[in-house]
Design a binder for this molecule. Structure first.
Ligand code: SF4
Ligand code: SF4
Length: 149
């Protein structure tokens, strides 16, 4: 899945199947294939440090077909690499796409969305940025945006 996954992304066919007894190595390899350094992701580094697997791509042995990194993978509109520099983010609705169906309102665990005037409105005081609303939106109308506050 590329773009703003999980629900709002687009399937991307890579034509490969990865399998390993080392889950950290698989995660790190796919990260490398998609054009990012696995060691930029704290979860990989932490897992490696705890002895759960290998995140250093130079130490991962790939059996079978050799795979090269791709250079045109579409990352989410808001990219968070490295993860220790997470900006403040908030969900926003594209008014051009939203149909006003209300699925996002019904599925917000924090009741942070109200009907508004045709288009739902966020109460950012209550929002926990879980993005369940985005996952439930069939129109892919809810995106993450950098927040100035
Ligand atoms: S689920 Fe999507 S289309 Fe429906 S009201 Fe919410 S933002 Fe609009
Ligand atoms: S991100 Fe989560 S808490 Fe915020 S409005 Fe969407 S569903 Fe509700």
């Amino acid at each position: 899945m590329e773009g703003s996954g999980a629900a709002s992304g687009d399937p991307r066919k890579l034509g490969m199947i990865l399998a390993s007894t080392d889950a950290v190595a698989v995660d790190s390899l796919i990260c490398h294939i998609l054009g990012e350094s696995p060691l930029e992701l704290p979860v990989n580094v932490n897992a490696c440090e705890r002895g759960l697997g290998e995140a250093n791509i130079t130490k991962i042995k790939v059996l079978g077909d050799q795979v090269e990194p791709i250079n045109d993978f579409k990352w989410p509109s808001v990219r968070i690499f490295p993860l220790d520099k997470i900006p403040l983010l908030k969900p926003v609705i594209d008014h051009e796409i939203c149909t006003g169906c209300g699925r996002c309102i019904k599925n917000c665990p924090m009741k942070a969305l109200t009907p508004g005037n045709e288009i739902p409105e966020f109460n950012y005081e209550e929002c926990i940025t879980c993005m369940c609303c985005s996952e439930m939106c069939l129109e892919k109308a809810i995106k993450l945006e950098n927040s100035p506050v």
